[in-house]
Design a binder for this molecule. Structure first.
Ligand code: SF4
Length: 74
């Protein structure tokens, strides 16, 4: 799993719990955004963990978030 304090995570503001996203640093964050609904998340929205193209060597938390979040098309 990607750790919140991994250098790659810090670089993009990744947190394993989206509610802890740094809203001052990343004003684009809006409540409800989470890895599970991101276009780069390889899995279902309800999955607890999944692969993300940003972190090829590790997995991210479904409830996580980072500043590269883009809504997955329905
Ligand atoms: Fe999560 Fe998307 Fe960021 Fe990957 S790019 S860590 S799936 S928000």
């Amino acid at each position: 799993m990607v750790g919140d304090s991994d250098a790659a995570a810090l670089a993009v503001g990744y947190v394993s719990d989206a509610t802890r996203a740094d809203k001052k640093k990343y004003p684009t964050y809006a409540a409800g955004q989470r890895c599970g609904t991101c276009i780069l998340f390889e899995g279902k929205a309800s999955d607890a963990v999944g692969q993300c193209a940003l972190f090829p060597a590790k997995r991210v938390a479904g409830p996580g978030w980072c500043s590269a979040w883009v809504k997955k098309a329905a």
